[in-house]
Design a binder for this molecule. Structure first.
Ligand code: IVH
Length: 672
């Protein structure tokens, strides 16, 4: 077969795609439609599939599809990634200029050339190009070491996988720094989508960008609309830049994206004027910026100026003041979230902040309300830093009318009337009602999940329909559903209805520990559910147990005990448990773990064992009625020490926990 033709076509397609990428992302001036681009990339993918020997790492098809990582590896930055000193106003910006001149022995009347740039509110990263090929990308991290996020960065289309131009016309090795950002529009769309799916929202575009980039599975990152602006060189080999301005002019030639609102300034006053302009423009920009950065242009000057305490003497960030307004609090309401968290929310006279009308602002939790002492009737300062949820910054005390009262969250859930508790050491108050309508869908989702009651096919969409149609008002109602309830639902044929009923029926036969876990009691995860099931043996006994009794059990601390006690002290919750049993949910009485040589004993392993793997050793302990834990505490009975033990060994010694060699452990197990 003639392979020359496809090879040439692959090459041509790649060049063409790279060209269009550059037109679109760097020049902001596309020459073809999105559909046209898609056609080209599909053709390329097709050819590469047929001729895998022609796939190269810089092919546009290689942006996605990397297997998920277990963890990020660390990357050391050759040149530390510094932070910036701040100038809070014009005066401080002039002082910066004064310092620069004094250091360089330039008379006060002289002028320094600066480059002024937006200060992007995103995530700092470094990209490394070796002979034009994008090889490594990392986060800023602590400035010295960051995380290797190469595969995630490859999914960002404004990052070229290979620099444009001939190898002779580019550095042998180029490190460039920049900011990964998400546009405000994309951020809002992403959050709308997440809200629909019941996923937690990102607080602002920066968090959304950071969260998206720090994904172990790059296919998640690929689905997030990220962008990059490059603004600084790292270590560069085989090329010399003489100034920041030259750098910013040169890198787009290689296909690297630079923001268009950069400016060369003939002196500090120009830079200050630029700052004022950008501040005015701020709300019209597609990206969140939180200030400007002013940099001495000449690299020779930058070198002489050097750095002081991790910030360069040659640059400063002029931060914009946060966007705040004042308004009046009309009411404070308690909002019940999907997971039962109760959040105080201030309802305010509507006010526009940065182009968005605001009339609700979170007060976070009771501690925050107490700290700020926000009351109905107060005039407050409200802030919106590109955040979804505006926030009350402070009260203006002089404007407080007479007769206001401190706000306290209700002790009963405003949605279902169940008890509200705030567990020891937690900031958040929560509703404890198992059938609370605000949490019902989430409760059912958990209840039906694989490790709980394991009801196959009871997915989110169906849960939505069952709850919205009023057929299911508590998890127990699931066990009273009939075909007649199901068939009228959307996309529910007779067959799928009977499949669901069958799955529900199958789940009736369960175990006590699964059942306890399925109830969704706060802090009662799978493991604690198992502990409870083993210790008590029946749901009635767990229900009746007082806090004291609960706390006497190994691994059950005051917080968990309080949570369990509050849950079972409510008639509504007990009624659901009874109705579940009436609906046919049943289990065999679990065997008490009083048998076995190691009953009631907790083991921790450290270092390598000779005869077993860690997993084998742990399951031997469990088979003998004991428990294997991963961390050492006062409650640990034995620490088994293998070769090259870690910090657990030190801790065990410190706490005086009994240490065992592998041989002693085997003896204890009763095996040899
Ligand atoms: S230059 C030492 N330029 O701000 C020079 N940084 O507070 C620092 N940042 O970690 C890098 N926009 O992530 C530079 N136009 C810009 C920037 C910028 C945002 C971030 C960057 C850095 C942080 C320093």
């Amino acid at each position: 077969m003639d392979k020359e033709k496809p090879r040439r076509e692959i090459e041509r397609l790649r060049k063409e795609l790279e060209h269009h990428n550059w037109r679109y992302y760097v020049l902001d001036d596309p020459e073809i439609s999105d559909a046209g681009y898609d056609t080209l990339i599909q053709r390329l993918a097709e050819l590469e599939k047929k001729f895998p020997e022609y796939v190269t790492p810089d092919s546009p098809t290689q942006r996605v599809g990397a297997p998920p990582l277990g963890e990020f590896t660390q990357v050391e930055h050759r040149v530390p990634m510094l932070s910036l000193g701040n100038a809070m106003d014009e005066e401080e910006t002039r002082e910066f200029d004064g310092r620069v001149k004094r250091f360089l022995n330039i008379p006060e009347s002289g002028k320094i050339e600066y480059v002024a740039e937006p200060k992007f509110d995103g995530l700092g990263v470094e990209l490394v190009f070796e002979n034009g090929l994008f090889t490594v990308g990392s986060t800023r991290g602590d400035g010295v070491k960051g995380e290797d996020v190469t595969v995630n960065l490859k999914t960002i289309k404004s990052i070229p996988l290979r620099l444009r131009g001939k190898a002779a016309n580019m550095p042998r090795r180029l490190e460039v720094r920049g900011e990964v950002c998400m546009s405000i529009k994309d951020f809002e769309a992403l959050n709308r989508e997440r809200e629909k799916k019941g996923e937690p929202l990102f607080a602002n575009p920066r968090n959304a960008a950071a969260g998206s980039l720090r994904q172990l599975d790059s296919s998640v990152t690929a689905g997030r609309p990220l962008d990059i602006f490059l603004y600084a060189p790292g270590s560069v080999e085989g090329w010399r830049f003489s100034s920041q301005w030259e750098f910013l002019q040169q890198i787009p030639v290689w296909g690297l994206r630079v923001n268009r609102h950069i400016r060369r300034c003939a002196g500090i006053e120009d830079a200050i004027a630029y700052g004022a302009e950008m501040q005015k423009m701020r709300d019209t920009l597609p990206y969140e910026i939180d200030g400007i950065v002013v940099k001495v242009n000449e690299f020779a000057f930058q070198e002489r100026l050097g750095t002081i305490s991790r910030s360069p003497r040659w640059a400063i960030a002029r931060k914009f003041p946060p966007r705040q307004e004042t308004t009046r609090v009309i009411d404070i309401v308690a909002q019940v979230g999907r997971t039962g968290a109760i959040t105080p929310v201030a309802i305010m006279e509507p006010v526009r902040i940065a182009g968005v009308e605001v009339q609700r602002a979170t007060l976070h939790n009771q501690d925050e309300v107490d700290r700020k002492d926000v009351r109905v009737g107060d005039t407050v300062v409200v802030q919106r830093a590109g955040d979804v949820i505006p926030e009350v910054v402070k009260v203006i005390p002089g404007k407080r009318p007479a007769g206001t009262k401190r706000y306290v969250l209700p002790s009963k859930c405003p949605v279902c009337g169940a008890e509200v508790i705030r567990l020891e050491g937690e900031a958040v108050a929560r509703c404890t009602g198992i059938s609370c309508p605000a949490q019902l869908k989430e409760h059912i989702r958990h209840f039906a999940s694989r490790r709980a009651m394991d009801i196959d096919g009871l997915g989110e969409k169906l849960i939505d329909q069952l709850v919205d149609s009023g057929n299911v008002r508590s998890v127990a109602d699931l066990y009273f559903l009939t075909g007649e309830d199901l068939v009228p639902l959307e996309r529910m044929a007779d067959k799928s209805a009977s499949n669901i009923l069958e799955a529900i029926d199958k789940s009736r036969q369960t175990t006590l520990e699964r059942f306890v876990f399925a109830l969704g009691i706060r802090h009662v995860g799978e493991h604690i559910a198992k502990v409870l099931a083993t210790a008590f043996g029946s749901i009635e006994k767990i229900q009746r147990a007082g806090e004291e009794k609960l706390r006497s059990i190994r691994e059950i601390g005051p917080q968990i005990a309080q949570s369990i006690k509050t849950f079972f002290s409510q008639k509504g919750n007990i009624a659901v448990v009874q109705r579940l049993r009436k609906g046919g949910v049943r289990w065999k009485t679990p065997a008490k773990a009083t048998r076995g040589r190691l009953a009631g004993k907790t083991f921790v392993f450290t270092g390598a064992l000779e005869k077993f793997s860690r997993d084998e050793a742990q399951s031997l302990v469990e088979q003998a009625g004991g428990r294997a834990s991963s961390s050492v505490s006062e409650k640990t009975d034995y620490v088994v020490v293998g070769t090259d033990p870690g910090s657990k060994y030190e801790k065990a010694k410190k706490l005086g926990v009994k240490l065992l060699t592998e041989k002693e452990f085997i003896t204890l197990l009763g095996k040899s």
